[in-house]
Design a protein around this ligand. Structure first.
Ligand code: HEM
Length: 210
């Protein structure tokens, strides 16, 4: 990722700390992807007034996550005639695209993955079919939503293993050091057997019964 960011054509605007002048620097993995549109107005103008969302957290923001993204990318199809017959108002308007996986069925995004081999994969990888590309984009968007996920899971596993060992050692230490020690409960005050015996003999002497 560092290498890809470093070689990215578009440099990131910054301010030269020495001169205070506006300048540019090489991209870092933490930078946003540069938008292909100059601003929101231009983005809407190019997309039937819909704003393409920032996809970096989309797998967290939509129910189904990666499965939703995969289904959306592979879900474009002809609108069923029966649907239009039953609900004429649902007919896909000009400039929108029918996709049963989108909440309101008609989506402003044109089908991005249209044919196999749209991108080239490095040798040794699976064939870039639409299905494979959709899976890979969805997996990539899971990564962008949580780049530290794998590291966190690995740390979590190490912590669980450590806790298991600690529990076993704790139990063995208990067996070794404390197991033979019986808990002694000593009654005090009026419950102390000595005091109770004294109280009984005092009562007897005084001739109190009961
Ligand atoms: C493989 C590349 C792409 C992926 C994975 C992708 C994914 C998505 C996703 C997940 C949404 C959100 C749908 C929702 O709100 O639930 C979306 C919306 C959108 N995308 Fe894409 N997209 C891609 C390429 C493109 C391209 C190339 C364009 C423009 C030419 C585009 C334009 C839009 C627009 C306009 C919306 C908003 C749709 C609406 O609200 O009706 N996308 N995209």
């Amino acid at each position: 990722m560092k290498a890809i960011a470093n070689q990215w054509q578009t440099e990131v605007p910054t301010v030269n700390p020495e001169t205070g002048e506006a300048s540019t620097r090489k991209a870092l993995p933490s930078d946003r992807f540069p938008s292909p549109y100059a601003n929101e107005t231009a983005a809407r103008a190019a997309n039937n007034n819909a704003l393409p969302p920032d996809l970096s957290l989309i797998t967290k923001a939509r129910e189904g996550g990666a499965a939703y993204v995969y289904s959306l990318l592979t879900g474009y199809r002809q609108q069923p005639a029966e649907l239009i017959q039953k609900f004429p108002a649902s007919k896909t308007p000009q400039g929108l695209h029918y996709n049963p996986y989108f909440a309101n069925l008609n989506l402003a995004m044109p089908q991005p993955l249209t044919s196999d081999g749209q991108v080239t994969y490095a040798p040794g990888n699976p064939k870039p079919t639409v299905d494979q590309m959709a899976k890979d984009v969805a997996a990539f968007l899971v990564w962008t939503a949580e780049p530290k996920l794998e590291k966190r899971h690995a740390t979590g596993l190490a912590v669980v293993v450590f806790l298991l060992f600690a529990t076993v050692f704790g139990y063995l230490a208990y067996r070794n050091i404390w197991y033979g020690e019986k808990a002694v409960v000593r009654a005090t005050g009026p419950l102390d057997p000595k005091n109770q015996a004294k109280a009984r003999s005092a009562k007897r002497k005084a001739g109190v019964t009961g």
